[in-house]
Design a protein around this ligand. Structure first.
Ligand SMILES: N[C@@H](CCC(=O)N[C@@H](CS)C(=O)NCC(=O)O)C(=O)O
Length: 202
């Protein structure tokens, strides 16, 4: 099974993290975004949206980190990570959507603006991030995990850009419940880091 990957990408890290936690073997193929490799013919034939991550499992090709998490957990991870009951799947999906929408436009965008000098509205991305972190902190004041009462693929989808939020200039001090939740994730068996995910200097 092959993951077309970029090591500094939080979206790719979502998949690498889950594979590590669920003990799923992945062959990583680095895609050079700076050289525009993701827009070349070979990658375009795998993903016309010209984005990583992309998963190839036999004849199956999947794009989008959240979709890949659902597939890997459903196919290889068992119910531990993607519950079978519809109401719990709904709970997990709420957070996969937050990862793909609000977090992309908040902490992930703030990181792009601050760390990679992307041409975007950094103040807006940071303001959105603070709202999300506040909502998450209130949720995590009452829950150990995001959904289903246990660690699930929701953690894998949400954790990367929250762990990297400091690179977007976000001060994490006010969000003690989010910080405690991140520590619980780091303590999970098989946890794998990416550069920056454990704070400055990590
Ligand atoms: N919805 C996709 C978004 C993936 C995405 O934005 N990937 C970035 C790297 S983190 C990318 O490939 N960007 C291509 C570009 O900047 O042209 C997902 O969640 O996987």
């Amino acid at each position: 099974m092959t993951l077309y990957d970029l090591d500094g990408s939080g979206n790719c890290y979502k998949v690498r993290l889950f594979a590590a936690l669920a003990d799923i073997e992945l062959e990583l193929v680095a895609v050079d975004l700076r050289a525009g490799e993701h827009k070349g013919e070979a990658m375009r034939s795998l993903n016309p949206w010209c984005e990583v991550p992309i998963l190839k499992d036999g004849n199956l090709v999947l794009r989008d980190a959240q979709a890949i998490l659902v597939y890997l957990a459903g196919r290889y991870g068992g119910e531990a990570w993607w519950p079978g009951e519809a109401h719990l799947q709904g709970e997990v999906m709420q957070w996969l959507s937050v990862a793909a929408n609000e977090i992309q436009h908040g902490p992930a965008a703030a990181r792009l603006g601050k760390k990679f000098a992307a041409d975007l509205d950094l103040n807006l991305a940071q303001a959105r991030s603070k709202r999300i972190l506040g909502l998450m902190d209130a949720h995590l004041a009452k829950h150990q995990w995001l959904a289903a009462g246990r660690p699930s693929i929701a953690e894998c989808a949400v954790f990367p850009y929250i762990g990297l939020a400091w690179e977007g200039g976000l001060e994490m001090g006010p969000y003690q419940n989010v910080q405690a939740w991140m520590q619980r994730i780091r303590a999970l068996q098989g946890f794998k880091a990416m550069p920056g995910i454990n704070g400055p200097g990590s």
